[in-house]
Ligand binder design. Structure first.
Ligand code: PLP
Length: 216
């Protein structure tokens, strides 16, 4: 079933790419494995998935012990006291939402002699999503974080507001893409989940984070 779901998801990605003339190979498919079992995760890996997203450090640590050869992405809110473990496990931390957190990640990465890939989590709809950096505050944070030698800023991540229709997310995604284009065109955009990934790809997503469409 997981295998079928992945095939279906990839077909949907291919279909929307054809529509907007994008290369499907350029869209990274991240399987979000929070609350999923080791067996389920092994299922997605057998189906060719190489990148996994988790939103709790503790859970990721446990899974990391038994699942090797994949890249782990932190997609949930990261607490200061979990940074040390997070830097050990995650190839990419997508949820950098404050300068304070960025500095802590940098400090722990330095101890491990690691250059930590990170994304800034942006709050594109202040009234509707909880975590993330306000768009107005982003330039200043980017400037400060750029000075941290053990962080590699790779782009922006965002969660669309919950809505009945994926179309509702479109203007938010578009706004984020415009912001990315203004700041750094080569940065990646991590946007799009099970309910809205097609719209996200149309609006320029480079990485979709899919949970339910793969596992349910
Ligand atoms: C759970 C989660 C996802 C996946 O959501 P689905 O709707 O199950 O596809 C993506 N990104 C983040 C940050 C998540 O917490």
């Amino acid at each position: 079933m997981i295998c079928d779901n992945i095939t279906k998801t990839k077909n949907r990605i291919a279909t929307v790419c054809l529509k907007v003339k994008r290369d499907p190979a350029a869209i990274q498919l991240l399987a979000v494995t929070k609350n999923r079992s080791i067996e389920e995760i092994q299922g997605v890996i057998s189906a060719g998935i190489t990148d996994l997203g988790e939103n709790r450090v503790q859970e990721a640590l446990l899974k990391y012990q038994s699942i090797k050869g994949v890249k782990w992405h932190m997609v949930g809110h990261l607490q200061m006291n979990k940074v040390r473990d997070a830097v050990k496990v995650f190839e990419m931390i997508q949820s950098v939402d404050s300068l304070r957190l960025a500095r802590e990640i940098n400090k722990e990465a330095l101890k491990l002699n690691k250059i930590q890939d990170v994304l800034f989590e942006v709050k594109i709809s202040p009234e509707l999503t909880k975590f993330g950096i306000n768009i107005e505050g982003l330039p200043e944070i980017i400037e400060e974080v750029a000075k941290l030698n053990n962080l590699n800023i790779c782009g922006l991540m965002s969660i669309a507001p919950i809505a009945d229709s994926a179309e509702y997310a479109r203007p938010y995604f578009r706004k984020l893409r415009e912001l990315r284009d203004k700041v750094n065109k080569s940065w990646i955009l991590s946007i799009g989940m099970s309910d809205d990934f097609e719209v996200a790809i149309e609006e320029g997503s480079d990485m979709v984070r899919i949970g339910r469409a793969i596992f349910d």
